[in-house]
Design a protein. Structure first.
Length: 425
């Protein structure tokens, strides 16, 4: 006899919100020939794609929405590109490592000579170099890289060259001149975001209970305006809403599947909302222009709350070649409204995304992810989709997702499939 325990979805009482927002799902997936060993593409609102092709020296390229090559440039002396960033001013920012004596800094930029780390700004239209300079930051990747609408650039890294400080932030103006250099005694910089006035928000992770996470706000000259700390959660991802309020994606110090999304007022004087999301490891966050939040992650448990699900934990309608998740890990998508209320929580095919860029609107999104079956990048179009009832079948004792065997006790999870109290059949 097969015993089935029906588990109700943890449905929040949000009738008005549910009525005003259609469930989302993956509508289509488009493959590219951009290898996942290259840096993740940056995409513009017009659909232009900026990416690098690695080799002895990386080629920085732009394709338009039709897939036609607009430009492909190389920076003399560059040996490794660590990050590319499409700024709000429409220009492209590139950072990595270069060979001293070969790499050429532009006149008037900060440092003409250095020991390796560099920053360049390229025209987003035709790729010509606007400035190049050596920098003093040991650069960790895209999370510590930001640009503001004024054209200033911010770099945060684990170390400052030539010093003992751990945690370093530098700001550069539109011509590559140094605005400020801050050396901080912290582990490293998790993320930086900058507003339209040139203020910078810097997120520092806590690692463990012995060191609190912190969020700092710096004025345009680098002076600290405010700071908040959190001893219980590890700060990991930082974004600003359209009003300049910082939003943090964090995990519990003790459990990476206990995620929280917290939005602060721009002056850090108060919390606007704080939403807990348990059951999956959420590690990517995008905000739309209305203040809504789109989150991605992964799980191997069927115990994730399914609110307006649009895909099952094993989606047979999607070709196996598209499934980028490792064995036993299934993609999760979560959506919040501008007040932090949960709109949707569902499994998604072809995800979780290893790392991504994307454009999110109030009614759709396009995100880029790594397809581990082809080792290339692909893009997923997200938008209104049909809601399903049965979301997952898993072992009743562990909630682990996987193949079932005869006479195994299993649990079914989904939406509107049982009474409020579980029943055993």
């Amino acid at each position: 006899m097969l015993l089935v325990k029906l588990l109700p979805v943890c449905m929040l009482m949000l009738p008005a919100l549910a009525a005003n927002s259609s469930p989302w799902g993956v509508q289509s997936i488009r493959q590219t020939n951009i290898q996942s060993s290259d840096l993740l593409p940056q995409v513009s609102p017009e659909g232009d794609l900026y990416f690098t092709v690695t080799g002895q020296a990386a080629t920085i390229s732009k394709e338009n929405a039709a897939g036609n090559l607009v430009f492909a440039v190389q920076i003399p002396g560059e040996t490794e590109v660590e990050a590319i960033l499409l700024g709000p001013d429409g220009n492209l920012y590139v950072s990595g490592y270069a060979t001293p004596g070969v790499f050429v800094a532009t006149p008037g930029a900060y440092e003409a000579s250095g020991t390796g780390p560099f920053l360049c700004k390229l025209s987003g239209a035709d790729g010509h170099v606007m400035f190049c300079t050596f920098v003093d930051v040991v650069f960790p990747g895209n999370e510590g890289f930001a640009a503001d609408p004024l054209g200033n650039t911010y770099i945060g890294g684990a170390d400052c060259l030539g010093g003992s400080a751990h945690g370093c932030v530098e700001k550069f103006n539109t011509t590559g001149g140094l605005v400020y250099h801050l050396a901080m005694q912290v582990g490293y910089i998790a993320a930086i975001a900058a507003d339209a006035a040139g203020n910078a928000f810097v997120a520092v992770p806590g690692y463990n209970l012995a060191l609190s996470s912190s969020l700092l706000k710096l004025d345009p000259a680098g002076q600290q305006l405010a700071m908040v700390t959190d001893a219980a959660n590890n700060f990991n991802w930082l974004s600003l809403d359209s009003a300049g309020n910082p939003q943090i994606l964090m995990w519990s110090m003790n459990d990476i599947t206990a995620a929280r999304v917290r939005r602060y007022r721009a002056d850090l004087s108060a919390i606007i909302f704080d939403t807990g999301l348990n059951g999956s490891q959420l590690y990517n966050m995008l905000l739309d222009s209305s203040g809504g939040t789109l989150l991605f992650g992964g799980t191997d448990s069927a115990g994730v709350a399914q609110v307006h699900p649009t895909a099952a934990c094993a989606v047979q309608s999607v070709p196996e070649a598209y499934l980028s998740a490792p064995a036993g890990t299934h993609g999760v998508m979560v959506r919040l409204d501008s007040t932090g209320q949960l709109l949707q929580s569902t499994f998604v095919p072809a995800l979780p995304i290893v790392s991504f860029s994307g454009i999110v609107q109030t009614d759709s999104a396009t995100v880029w992810f790594e397809d581990t079956s082809t080792y290339n990048y692909a893009s997923a179009t997200l938008g209104p989709a049909t809601e399903i009832q049965l979301g997952c079948l898993a072992n009743a004792a562990s909630f682990r997702i996987g193949a079932v065997s005869p006479e195994e006790i299993v649990s079914l999870t989904g939406s509107n499939i049982g009474p409020d109290e579980p029943v055993i059949g």
